[in-house]
Design a protein around this ligand. Structure first.
Ligand SMILES: Nc1ncnc2c1ncn2[C@@H]1O[C@H](COP(=O)(O)OP(=O)(O)OP(=O)(O)O)[C@@H](O)[C@H]1O
Length: 250
């Protein structure tokens, strides 16, 4: 298996408290991988360590075999890893179209000269329209993004995360706060938009996780206690005791 992401002995402390306590994890290219675990297990922290928002206290993060530990997020992005945020980070006063186009301008290896931009106007516009079509917002393309419904904003955000051509997409709780039908639509969108890419997501909704993920890692108190197929995770006694069982009892 070729690794899209490889974590080796990864550690993160905040002051004296160690939150991520030696994580080893390999996520294969083209895999859809979910990270689950109880509240406070360190899922978001792990997410931020991979995407470069937090510096690592120990160990390494590799992207396609290259050590990216402690690189700034924009450099990691240029190397092909794109992430969304739990809180939407679109520009509310800009139109849907402009938001997507803006995301596209960050395509890795893109040259940021003005003339280069002008040259690529048509190509950019056409690609932006394709992305908007993919996320089902064609009829909403000219309205300010801030006017979209919550679910539409999340779809836009997922579209922007994928638009730049990154081959590793990280989504933090992509269906949080959605209704059942919105969640179903989001699952389909994520499936569609990540074809041929690697997906890493943190998600609380077990329906989403078991529906989308090829493999699931279970993080408990900063350690991965299991990393396996959905079926094996569902049947794992250790996981049930540490996490799923505890949830079922709630
Ligand atoms: N910047 C920070 N400074 C200090 N402590 C932090 C920081 N970020 C997270 N923590 C602590 O690390 C622990 C893990 O938090 P984290 O948000 O990574 O967990 P999580 O598994 O994502 O939780 P949840 O499912 O509730 O979102 C928590 O005890 C939290 O208080």
């Amino acid at each position: 298996m070729t690794a899209a992401i490889e974590l080796k002995g990864l550690r993160k402390s905040f002051g004296p408290t160690e939150i991520i306590r030696g994580v080893d994890l390999t996520i294969g290219e083209g895999e859809r991988h979910a990270i689950i675990g109880p509240n406070g297990a360190g899922k978001s922290t792990l997410f931020h360590l991979i995407s470069g928002r937090y510096s690592v206290s120990g160990g390494t993060v590799s992207l396609h075999g290259e050590n990216i530990s402690n690189l700034p997020p924009y450099e990691i992005y240029r190397k092909g890893l794109s992430r969304s945020f739990q809180v939407t980070n679109i520009f509310p006063n800009m139109s849907v179209f402009e938001n997507v186009r803006c995301g596209l301008m960050w395509v890795r290896d893109y040259k940021y000269s003005f003339w280069h931009l002008v040259d690529r106007q048509k190509e950019l516009n056409a690609r932006a329209m394709e992305v908007i079509e993919e996320i089902g917002l064609t009829s909403r393309r000219n309205i300010p993004a801030g006017v979209l419904t919550y679910a539409e904003q999340r779809a836009l955000e997922i579209g922007i995360a994928a638009a730049g051509g990154a081959d590793v997409i990280m989504l933090d709780e992509p269906t949080a706060g959605m209704s059942h039908s919105e969640t179903d639509q989001a699952i389909e969108l994520i499936r569609k938009i990540t074809v041929g890419k690697t997906l890493v997501m943190v998600e609380h909704d077990m329906g989403v996780v078991f529906d989308l993920a090829d493999r699931i890692s279970v993080l408990v108190y900063g350690e991965i206690i299991a990393s396996d197929t959905p079926e094996n995770i569902r049947n794992s006694k250790a996981v049930q005791e540490a996490y799923l069982g505890a949830e079922a009892e709630e």
